[in-house]
Design a protein around this ligand. Sequence first.
Ligand SMILES: Cc1ncc(C[n+]2csc(CCOP(=O)(O)OP(=O)(O)O)c2C)c(N)n1
Length: 364
Amino acid sequence: MPRKVLESFNVSYLQILDAEGHLDTDLEPDIPPDALRHLYRTMVFARQLDQRMLSLQRQGRLGTFAPSMGQEASQVGSAFALEPTDWMVPAFRETAAYILRGLPIKAILTYFMGREEGNLIPEGHRDLPIAIPVASQIPHAVGLAMAAKIRRDPCAVLTYFGDGATSEGDFHEACNFAGVFQVPVVFLCQNNQYAISVPIQRQTRARTLAQKAIAYGFDGLQVDGNDLLAVYVATRDALARAKAGKGPTLIECLTYRMSMHTTADDPSRYRTKEEEEEWRKKDPIPRFREYLRRKRLWDEAWQAQIEQEIDAEIRRAVEEAEAGADVDPTDMFDAVFASKPPYLQRQQEELRAALRRGKAVSHG
Ligand SMILES: Cc1ncc(C[n+]2csc(CCOP(=O)(O)OP(=O)(O)O)c2C)c(N)n1
């Protein structure tokens, strides 16, 4: 018998606005001018907040956090494609996506100042809290999508994760389940080239991460993750397919973590200045600014105005967050389940008692 080819596959790459500012007008989405300016402002906001948070962390006023610098287009472009009724399921680096979704800045700061209340997503927001264990949020997203399907809730779910997460079992189990049950989920992998110090070449032998979708029976595509327009179009289309009952999509956003992994990391130990410089030329923010400028939607005066407004807004949020109550470590047992199971109740009591004893010792 002759051998037959049973499967062959294609992985497409989408770019609409390249690093030199060339625009593919056939693919350009029709986004109203106000929305374009809002998208730009959100990216600038995220970057300014990153910088402010870094200073606060260095001053001992904020805990460790993972900067989103360089990944603003991947996050803002994709989150913009969501309706408020859709779910957003982040990992731990999605500050820019949270800002676009309208999470109060005070909540973001409160969480990173070590207070659990910052992780309580306000009523009515369909966003999940930060997930630190790598890839753990991906099965949660698939669970939400499965629930939506069963309840006939016409929403879709967008979940974020990094290139490193694609080496975790959770990613593969989630993809398999989503493919089998055709649930309305969009997997958005921000391939920022590193998982802490591990480069993408040590993460996979495959040419793209997008092609991992093929084995699970759905489509994967790669997009220029520093091109907000391409990210938006890819996510918009994937969400539409999900809502039409056509199942999941894996979108791989090619991007770069321009800053440190977290504030506890020193990237100069594992990557070169030359490499960082190459990616700096692909920075998503100046690229989008130039796009707006050519449309006469950006000028220096507006830039100065938004920077000032954002600065004032961040300043207010920092004041409010710092004025909050002291950290209570026993809070970590609350809000995990709708009603606290007895074993967590017990652990919370034990911790309270231990803290009281500790206080008695230190004061006595
Ligand atoms: C299950 C688990 N293992 C290890 C860690 C420690 N850790 C935190 S972030 C990270 C790398 C994640 O890389 P990637 O998924 O590419 O996301 P990125 O940090 O680049 O956004 C690791 C290993 C963790 N948080 N959870």
